[in-house]
Design a protein around this ligand. Structure first.
Ligand code: MG
Length: 251
């Protein structure tokens, strides 16, 4: 079932969202050649904890870290490690959740490491733009098929594919609430989101095939099946009467 939030609950979610956004911003500023993904994870964790919050992902389903950090062909759920060191030309996705006052905020972005190829830069920009375009559709009554179709049709014009095996979601007292929010869909179809819904919309966009593989070694790391790049961008939104508000914004 979908949970509708009151104004006071939205105020609390904005606080959680601001912590998640601040932690993501801090990680993004630290991205550079030579830094390990574990060090980025420490930056995220210490930011969250120093703001009185708890990292949503740590221990969630057994996930061992505070941030998911996914390099190049890793789509999502990369596990931070001292031995994974960013190289010039990589792209790195950082996904952060913060839990504060009973609510979660969930946000992600993909950053270039130093100078990246034109292809990599274009993928990142298209992924961010697909989320901006979806945001413009959000309002009381928006249909899930319209959100998914907006993201899918935008990125397909560049030959990219939205991942289908992982999707956006409702978010609030639980990190993952109903409904699922696919990054693909049929315009004019699907469930309607009402005013008061809070949702994490998160295009995961592959340069090549939409197909992905979950690592059999760690059970987490999701990579593109063809080894090509993937980018990820996410915000938590509150659906209002005639627009949406980003809750994962630094205050
Ligand atoms: Mg999410």
């Amino acid at each position: 079932m979908m949970f509708i939030k009151s104004d006071s609950e939205i105020r609390l979610m904005r606080k959680a969202g601001a912590v998640a956004a601040g932690a993501l911003e801090a990680a993004g500023k630290a991205v550079c050649p030579g830094i390990s993904t574990k060090e980025l994870d420490r930056i995220v964790e210490s930011y969250i904890q120093s703001h009185g919050a708890r990292p949503s992902f740590k221990g969630y389903g057994g996930f061992p870290a505070s941030a998911c950090i996914s390099i190049n062909e890793v789509v999502i759920h990369g596990i931070p490690s001292e031995s994974r060191v960013l190289q010039e030309g990589d792209i790195v996705s950082v996904d952060v959740g913060a839990y504060l006052n009973g609510f979660h905020g969930d946000t992600a972005n993909t950053f270039p490491v130093g100078r990246v190829s034109e292809e990599a830069a274009r993928l990142i920009e298209a992924t961010r733009e697909s989320l901006r375009r979806a945001e413009l559709l959000l309002r009381d009554g928006v249909r899930l098929g319209d959100i998914g179709h907006c993201i899918e049709s935008y990125v397909q014009q560049f030959g990219y594919s939205p991942v289908r095996d992982f999707v956006g979601h409702g978010v609030g007292r639980a990190l993952h609430e109903d409904p699922n929010i696919p990054n693909y869909g049929r315009a004019g179809h699907g469930l309607r989101l009402p005013k008061g819904a809070t949702v994490a919309i998160e295009p995961m966009i592959n340069q090549g095939t939409e197909r992905v593989i979950v690592s059999s070694e760690d059970g987490w790391t999701v990579t593109t099946a063809d080894g090509k790049l993937s980018a990820h961008c996410e915000h938590t939104f509150f659906i209002d009467a005639d627009c949406a508000h980003i809750l994962t914004r630094v205050e």
